[in-house]
Design a protein around this ligand. Sequence first.
Ligand code: DGY
Length: 320
Amino acid sequence: MTKPYIYITRKIPEEIINPYLEQFDFKMWEKADEPVPRDILLEEAKQADGLLCMLSDNIDEELLNEACSLKIVANLAVGYDNIDVEQAKERGITVTNTPDVLTETTADLTFALLMATARRIVEADAYVQKDLWKNWAPYLLAGSDIHHKTIGIVGMGRIGEAVARRAKGFGMSILYHNRSRHIEAEKELQATYTDFDELLAASDFVVSLVPLTKDTNQLFDRDAFDKMKSSSIFINASRGATVDEDALYEALQTNQIKAAGLDVFTEEPIGANHPLVQLDNTVCLPHIGSSSEQTRTDMINLCLDNIAAVFRGEAPKTAL
Ligand code: DGY
């Protein structure tokens, strides 16, 4: 009997797929650091019974139309704005993502980015590396305090709550905005629900953790940055397209807001010439929210578990 054919759109460690070799025929795109070219992805999807794909792969109607044997798309990310989930469902294709396993790791990165931006850690490291440190000075690379300030979390899902727990440890006041109230978080973390505008006006740190949907596309626009304090710091660890990057650039350049820490961008990857990278008051990271060795391995294992469940005729753990 032929085994189901699973195409993996990036090179991942062989030992992770070894336990599944009896059940599946696997093929991987040969490169770990470069996405599979679109034409190869389309060709492979035509043959594949399952896809293990990355957030950088566009799983759209064009691909799904040709993918006649496809039963599951397992996305190696919690966000799934790269997949036309509705079209997949209409064709009876299961789509899974990787929630939970990455929550704490992504919250660590979000808080690290907040701290690095507020305390100018990247600039300070460059200062030493460039041999500029000649004297101690009272306001040398003076940044913004984090402790006892107000954090406003937009998108109070699992990662938002995990960030709020970290903020609580720093004695911060926690505001949040979300589609629905999180009564547990309010009780456990003394988080206060506010409307979006109120959160923008009152927060020292505005943290975007909202999933990208048609409602959150460019949520942080000129109007939003206008409402923020001139001392406020904006952090984005969700998806780049939740922000109007031109408006953010202008707000940072004119000191309408103080600084930004960004792990995500509208078009990724960005180059060193990207306007936001040119600014001194911005820390830019290459979308590494969930990138710890352990968590990435856990995410791949969850994708493989989900694929295996579908071919056993069972419900996968994390279907959308
Ligand atoms: C996700 O899983 O959606 C994150 O953006 C990855 O870091």
